[in-house]
Design a protein around this ligand. Structure first.
Ligand code: ATP
Length: 246
């Protein structure tokens, strides 16, 4: 037992009887950013989907604040406090920003004191003012950066204790990439435990307190963020040695 907000123990998962994640152990503390870095096909999305309840693990456990949530359906995991910002944003093409915000707002149950921070649409718009400017625009009429902000807003409106970010800077211009990493730091500063997956070690080191290199579904290297920022040799070497997807 640790004081981790999110704790994965021996997590094993895959598809159609094949194994993709092989007994992964990983912990994220409240207020910390843990980045999992790996090439395409390393199992990053499988990891995120298993934690979010979109896939059932074959074995292993997922604990949220010490509570075993392994195998719960996705809506119950979300309700328990694990928020997902999916790869590709997945905003609704036909809904406006305002409609997304209204439909996503899920205040914690009264008496639930486990959430580090409670988010309302007004508070989310203070953090992400661009969404306020675009409140009447539909999902399809938003830029990639705006869609990413909206996907983040949607997850925040459930006031999560843990945020799962699946390649949140994919396809974004460098200035937006910087903005996303600053936001990640701000959210961790609010006490949220952030698990971020990325193919880019150069990006992940910017905001990570801890890094794990995932190769073929196994953790092959673990580093402190400061260690990786001071000298990225080990991180880059682990990824260079890793097989890339064909
Ligand atoms: N729905 C699925 N059915 C069968 N195999 C799958 C499915 N989704 C992913 N896989 C396989 O599982 C492995 C890991 O995929 P995953 O998407 O988790 O990797 P990733 O690290 O997130 O890669 P990417 O950066 O490309 O998203 C890959 O070999 C992939 O082909």
């Amino acid at each position: 037992m640790t004081d981790a907000m999110l704790e994965l123990t021996g997590l094993t998962a895959g598809y159609h009887g094949g194994t993709v994640l092989h007994g992964l152990d990983l912990a994220v503390s409240a207020g910390a950013v843990h980045a999992v870095v790996g090439h395409n096909g390393a199992g990053k999305t499988t990891l995120v989907h298993t934690v979010a309840g979109l896939m059932r693990p074959a074995s292993g456990t997922v604990r949220l604040g010490g509570r075993d949530v392994t195998g719960l359906p996705a809506h119950r995991i979300a309700r328990a406090g694990i928020g997902l910002v999916p790869q590709g944003r997945r905003v609704f093409a036909g809904l406006t920003v305002a409609e997304h915000l209204r439909l996503s707002h899920r205040p914690p149950r009264s008496g639930d004191r486990t959430r580090p921070s409670v988010w309302t649409p007004a508070r989310v718009l203070d953090l992400l003012p661009r969404l306020g400017e675009r409140r009447g625009h539909r999902g399809t009429h938003l830029s990639g950066g705006e869609q990413q902000m909206l996907a983040l807003a949607r997850a925040l409106l459930a006031s999560p204790s843990v945020l799962l970010l699946d390649e949140p800077t994919e396809g974004l211009a460098p200035t937006l990439v910087q903005q996303v990493y600053e936001l990640v730091g701000t959210l961790a500063g609010e006490g949220i435990a952030v698990l971020l997956v990325s193919p880019s070690p150069a990006q992940a080191v910017r905001c990570a307190d801890r890094l794990t290199v995932l190769t073929s579904g196994r953790a092959v290297l673990r580093l402190d963020g400061d260690e990786a920022r001071a000298d990225a040799t080990a991180l880059n070497a682990a990824l260079e040695l890793a097989p890339t997807a064909a």
